[in-house]
Design a protein around this ligand. Sequence first.
Ligand code: ADP
Length: 151
Amino acid sequence: MKIAVFPGSFDPITKGHESIVNRACTLFDTIYIAIGINANKSNLFSLDKRTKFIEDTFKKNPKIKVVSYQELTVKLCQELGAKFILRGLRNTSDLNYEFPISHANRLLDPSIETVFFITDPGFSAINSSIVRDIYKHGGDIKAFIPDAVEL
Ligand code: ADP
């Protein structure tokens, strides 16, 4: 069984995240979408809402499970028996951000590989923080979030 963890804030899940997960399904038997609970980040959508948006997005896909966590990502992977961490790369800023995290995770547990998917060009401009700004100012975010999500 090839098991991956896709960690993130998912505040909210976007079409970019959805695309990465769908593409990664060709490699993995199970993907845990893991919502990180970060006390220092103020979220727009509650944990319950973020969870529901993800569940609705993948309700027809039995490979996808949703969890939330507060510990180290590698610790979560160990508990779930996951040998892969999934991340998306939109541009070189994402790459610079991911480098030290990936190195640190490797030092913590060298048996866990981080697997990066380069974003589909159609989704590379989608970013949860811009989506949050548009929503906060009353804009329509339908074009950015999965079709199955009902706000
Ligand atoms: P984080 O706060 O950990 O960056 P996010 O929820 O913003 O959490 O993102 C989780 C993962 O999804 C990251 O690997 C990020 O690079 C990736 N991601 C975010 N937006 C997109 C997108 N539009 N296309 C592909 N990957 C994306």
